[in-house]
Design a protein around this ligand. Structure first.
Ligand code: 9W4
Length: 417
């Protein structure tokens, strides 16, 4: 099978890492077992444009085991794990991607996926769908439907649909509750702390830890930092979120105040210029600055560069900036997503749920896609519930079921005061 990867010699290491991830992804493994005989995806050619990681490999193996043919490319030039790509190539899976490819090479890989004339697409960021719509409209007739993994991709697709230009149905896996509510809180929470620790090896116990933004990601980070014994302060601009943080027992204050005492800062707001020169001037010697929001605009790197008289990389992903008065501030991963640049992103257990939604949504499209008009669809509620149920089962957790009387009671409006 054709593929283009960095180094076939990395396959052995990649295989081990994929197999480890498989031991942590019980929902996908259950779905693999359940569908490996009936092969409901037989005859389906799935074109994927999704980060080439160990967890993605577990998904790809599961899709193949259910009978699909897959052709894959990465969806970010920096996220491909070359050992994983090598392992998949060795398994005769068509895969195109390597870490650090150029923009031209990136689109060359997507073109290779399209050369296979997929009838289902799986996207993260919508580059594959946009390439089909803009450069290969003749392929639209082959495509039954697709799925989209992220918020950014869903936004782009909704905009396309609003202009009446989206030509096939897409399921927004991002909006499944078992996806976003878990990967934002527990995935970002743990992996951001992991990134900070890998880049610094600092003790969190007793530190003043400042979280900017108390959305789902900020909540996850704050919760985990507290779990490690840090004194957590939250800053917010949104009153309801601020109140939630306060009632959760976190100190809530303004960044201009938190800046004076914070030892570790992390931004999780989605907004720009959350930590700027005004705050940096107030900070203590040794303060650590990081970001886990999507873009590297939350900590003003420009301000830090301008304030500092010198800088040096003191550890991987850890830049020491020295101010004219000798004060030192430490910026992690250049202000980029610290959980991805300095750690390994969401742990497999969380990706298990996201990718189980991907698998079941593709199965749904293979069966029903032809009846759907072009548009962006939510993941069917039953799929979300199925993912949660299987996850609970694999965790050995039992839940109650309603009696008939109870079911009637909660669905009826009869009972008053
Ligand atoms: N990875 C990524 C992106 C940029 C980047 C040091 C600075 C997202 C989701 C999943 O975007 C992803 N920039 C880097 S490393 C790096 C990594 N650097 C290096 O200098 C720039 C990405 C989804 N996911 C998980 O979270 C876990 N398994 C998954 O499939 C993966 C990667």
């Amino acid at each position: 099978m054709p593929s283009k990867i960095k180094d076939a010699g990395l396959a052995k290491q990649g295989k081990l890492r994929i197999e480890w991830a498989e031991t942590r992804m019980p929902v996908l493994m259950r779905l693999r077992k359940e569908n490996s005989k009936s092969k409901p995806l037989q005859g389906m050619r799935i074109g994927g444009c999704l980060h080439i990681t160990t967890e993605t490999a577990v998904l790809v193996r599961t899709l193949n085991s259910a009978g699909a043919e897959t052709v894959w490319s990465g969806c970010n030039p920096l996220s491909t794990q070359d050992d994983v790509a090598a392992a998949l190539a060795e398994e005769q899976i068509d895969i195109y991607g390597w870490r650090g490819l150029s923009k031209d090479e990136y689109y060359w890989c997507i073109q290779k996926v399209l050369d296979s004339k997929p009838n289902l697409t799986l996207d993260d960021g919508a580059d594959l769908v946009f390439t089909i719509h803009e450069s290969h409209p003749e392929q639209v007739k082959n495509v039954i439907g697709g799925t989209e993994e992220t918020t950014t991709g869903v936004h782009r697709l909704r905009a396309l649909a609003e202009q009446g230009r989206l030509k096939y149905p897409i399921i927004s896996v991002n909006d499944a509750e078992t996806k976003w509510d878990f990967d934002n809180v527990y995935g970002t929470g743990q992996s951001s702390i992991d990134g900070i620790i890998r880049a610094t090896n600092v003790l969190l116990a007793g530190k003043n830890f400042v979280v900017a933004g108390y959305g789902h990601c900020g909540r996850g980070v704050a919760m985990r930092a507290r779990g490690l014994g840090a004194n957590v302060t939250v800053t917010e601009i949104e009153p309801v979120n601020a109140l939630k943080a306060a009632m959760e027992g976190f100190r809530v204050t303004q960044m201009s105040e938190a800046a004076k005492t914070g030892g570790i800062f992390i931004t999780a707001t989605g907004c720009s210029d959350v930590i700027t020169r005004e705050h940096m001037k107030l900070m203590k010697d040794g303060a650590i600055l990081s970001n886990t929001g999507h873009f590297n605009v939350e900590v003003s790197v420009t301000d830090l560069e301008q304030l500092a008289k010198s800088k040096r990389e003191i550890r991987p992903n850890n830049m020491e900036y020295t101010m004219p008065d000798g004060k030192r501030l430490y910026l992690l991963a250049e202000g980029r997503l610290v959980n991805l640049a300095a750690a390994e992103g969401h742990p497999s257990e969380v990706m298990d749920m996201s990718f189980a939604n991907q698998f079941l949504s593709l199965l749904h499209l293979a069966k029903q896609g032809k009846t759907l008009k072009p548009g962006v669809y939510e993941v069917p509620k039953e799929i979300d519930q199925q993912v949660a149920r299987i996850k609970l089962e694999t965790m050995n957790i039992k839940i109650d079921t309603l009696t008939e009387d109870q079911a009637r009671y909660i669905s009826g409006y009869g009972a008053g005061t």
